[in-house]
Design a protein around this ligand. Structure first.
Ligand SMILES: Nc1ncnc2c1ncn2[C@@H]1O[C@H](COP(=O)(O)OP(=O)(O)O)[C@@H](O)[C@H]1O
Ligand SMILES: [Mg+2]
Length: 248
């Protein structure tokens, strides 16, 4: 099957803590395992977590801050993840007050996209024009929400703003769907969530303690982790495969 290569995917949400970074990691990991050369760029300045998630805490020498300040070339700050050789990361600076412009992000992506099949951008949370400008430069926007009504409202506001700006390349990810959500009839409400936010669904990721544990400790996701199956399906859909939605 032909791969949809060379795509820049921005992962964003209205509210913080929806799971953007975990999703960047999960999708990046599965795309890499499926053979795509993948880079995750972390733009959540001051809230760096990608190095911990991939098991490289304290081992990342250079970051985006070194690139932006001109101290290092981009590829000098790109680190390959030992547990998934096709997965690479470019970590956020530790300095929360460092600024990056949409133009700088575009220039970085333009310079290095030839080395990767997918570039996944982990944006900070929030409805700021700064985030919009950056996200709009991507080929696809993944809007993340949880089943929580406040989170759905924030995702809707975000998506409406993208529509207003003429951007139709949005897909929805519903994260942290719990067994309780399922037993209380939330599944039948998934369509309501999709209708409210108004964008096509790309995937549903279950609430999964194994994901929390693996990303917190920097250990690989266990092969039987429920979220791994969801990430695998999302990655295949990104590559153009028709993978049915399964919710357990
Ligand atoms: N599907 C999930 N199941 C369980 N915990 C999750 C899931 N997705 C994210 N989390 C947890 O939620 C918290 C916030 O996730 P994170 O990826 O840091 O969100 P964000 O980047 O949007 O702020 C973390 O503790 C993370 O482990
Ligand atoms: Mg984050």
């Amino acid at each position: 099957m032909a791969k949809n290569t060379n795509r820049i995917i921005a992962v964003t949400s209205g509210k913080g803590g929806t799971g953007k970074s975990s999703i960047c990691y999960g999708i990046g990991y599965t795309l890499a395992k499926q053979g795509s050369r993948t880079l995750i760029i972390e733009l959540d300045f001051g809230l760096r977590c990608l190095d911990i998630m991939v098991g490289m805490a304290g081992k990342v020498q250079y970051d985006l801050g070194d690139v932006l300040s001109g101290r290092k070339q981009i590829l000098d700050a790109v680190v390959t993840v030992p547990s998934a050789t096709n997965l690479n990361i470019l970590c956020a600076p530790k300095d929360a007050f460092m600024k990056v412009t949409a133009e700088e992000v575009v220039a970085i992506c333009r310079e290095i996209r030839k080395y990767f099949d997918y570039i996944i951008i982990d944006t900070g949370a929030g409805i700021s024009s700064h985030v919009f400008d950056i996200v709009e430069q991507s080929n696809m926007i993944l809007v993340v929400t949880t089943p929580d009504p406040i989170c759905i409202r924030d995702a809707t506001m975000m998506s409406d703003e993208f529509y207003k700006r003429g951007n139709k390349r949005q897909r929805l990810i519903i994260n942290k769907l719990s067994k309780k959500d399922i037993s209380s009839g939330m599944i039948s409400n998934l369509d309501d969530i999709i209708d409210t936010v108004g964008i096509q669904l790309l995937g549903v990721i279950p609430e999964d303690f194994a994901l929390k544990e693996a990303t917190g400790k920097g250990t690989p996701l266990p092969f039987n982790a429920p979220s791994l199956e969801a990430f695998d399906a999302i990655s295949k859909r990104l590559m153009g495969e028709a993978v049915p939605l399964t919710i357990k």
